[in-house]
Design a protein around this ligand. Structure first.
Ligand SMILES: Cc1ncc(COP(=O)(O)O)c(C=O)c1O
Length: 413
């Protein structure tokens, strides 16, 4: 819950405890669900967690070994330049060319404490108070908070299951005002798993370029696309965007490295310089040893992610099929990342075990209590009436968890 601490005339600044700016930030709902599920589990309850967006695989050995070696070398016990190890920046530039065909200079890279810090710093570097950012919804819960912290104004553009959660240029154009500065773009998407076709992405990119807008494109799930879906980096599809485009990426999802905390942003040199200055005062460099691990990751091949992808694809098909078997649940097929985002509007207001959940928050609470299954309600992503389930958990747990959902929600009358 947000803690509002707006000043009242009788209050002196010293009486106000938490600043209004930071006090208005909500807790990350996804991390909160995960924490609750882990606490229940620690108390001995057999909770199955679909909450957290992290692969269940260990980080590949060659990456762990590179880090272990660095731990024993005093060279890596020191600060690095605030913007990252030069060899890692060069390797990120090489990886970006290899994977996306996007040619950049290492000076256009800032190594950050995960993709999250990259997003925060990119908005902080670009936005002035009152600048509007168009945010397609359902959105990842961190985007609006980081926009607001930077003084910006998030403007939601909502897409629902009927379009596979993809917004159109017409919708974006309807949301554009003279205050619009940035379009946020993410494909594959968290929380919906939606992937834009190359034509759709190019049309959106051209629209942004035509209106001189900046684009922040989050490419953290670039390697996790299934079936016929393909990923292409937006500034490669629409090269005229490059001068006003910030690309966010990281090692967390591709190499099962969520806990190592290494991400990066790529952008025009002036923005990267400004964001690096900010980071130099806020956190300095990312852990030196973690940067060495990321260097091994991005310099290596993509075999590990190909293996994970096979498992995710299998789980994806299972979860979508099983969810759609539940009356009142409608789950379009996600084509990327590792999330399913079913509509549960058909269940709201119905009676389940003596309760009538009126919102997806209440339904998620009921599911946790009665089925011991953790899911994240759509309210966290700007669209009530939905649930997000991460399918980056083991096959057996996945089937057991969704079977529990089938049993519980099948009782709705
Ligand atoms: C869309 C998206 N972007 C960025 C991130 C940030 O990842 P990290 O900070 O772990 O690198 C996440 C993590 O869940 C995500 O889902």
């Amino acid at each position: 819950m947000a803690v509002m601490t707006a000043a009242t005339p009788s209050q002196s600044p010293a009486d106000r405890r938490v600043s209004a700016r930071v006090g208005s930030i909500s807790e990350s709902a996804t991390l909160a669900v995960d924490a609750k599920a882990k606490a229940l589990k620690a108390a001995g309850r057999p909770v199955i967690g679909f909450g957290a967006g992290e692969p269940d695989f260990p980080t590949p050995d060659y990456i762990v070994e590179a880090a272990a070696k660095a731990c024993h070398d005093p060279k890596y016990h020191r600060y690095t330049p605030a913007g990252g190890l030069p060899e890692l920046k060069a390797a990120i530039a090489a990886k970006t060319l290899r994977d996306s065909g996007y040619e950049i200079d290492p000076s256009q890279v800032l190594v950050t404490n995960g993709g999250k810090q990259a997003i925060y710093e990119a908005f902080a570097a670009i936005l002035d108070p009152g600048d509007e950012v168009i945010v397609p919804a359902p959105y990842w819960t961190t985007y609006p908070e980081s926009i607001r912290l930077a003084g910006g104004v998030p403007v939601d553009v909502v897409a629902d299951e009927t379009t596979g959660y993809r917004v159109t240029v017409e919708q974006l154009e309807a949301a554009r005002t003279e205050r619009t500065k940035v379009l946020l773009f993410v494909s594959p998407s968290n929380p919906t798993g939606a992937v834009y076709s190359l034509e759709q992405a190019a049309e959106i990119g051209r629209w942004a370029a035509e209106h001189g807008l900046w684009v922040l494109t989050d490419e953290i799930y670039e390697h996790l696309v299934y079936g016929d879906a393909t990923f292409t980096s937006l500034p490669v599809l629409v090269p005229e965007l490059a001068d006003k485009c910030v690309v966010v990426n990281g090692v967390a999802k591709t190499y099962a490295m969520t806990g190592w905390r290494v991400g990066w942003l790529i952008g025009p040199k002036d923005v990267v310089k400004a964001a690096t200055n900010l980071q130099s005062h806020a956190t300095s460099n990312v852990s030196n040893v973690a940067q060495v691990a990321a260097l091994a990751a991005v310099s290596g091949d993509l075999e590990a992610v190909e293996e994970m992808k096979k498992a995710f694809d299998r789980r994806r098909r299972t979860i979508v099929r099983m969810l759609n078997e539940i009356p009142g649940v409608n789950c379009p097929e996600p084509e990327g990342a590792f999330y399913a985002y079913p509509s549960v509007k058909g269940l709201l207001g119905k009676e389940i075990r003596g309760k009538r959940p009126a919102s997806s928050v209440e339904l998620a609470e009921l599911i946790l209590e009665e089925a011991e299954v953790a899911v994240v309600p759509g309210e966290a992503f700007g669209t009530p009436g939905y649930l997000r389930l991460s399918y980056a958990l083991g096959d057996e747990d996945l089937v057991e968890g969704v079977s529990r959902l089938q049993k519980l929600l099948g009782e709705a009358v």
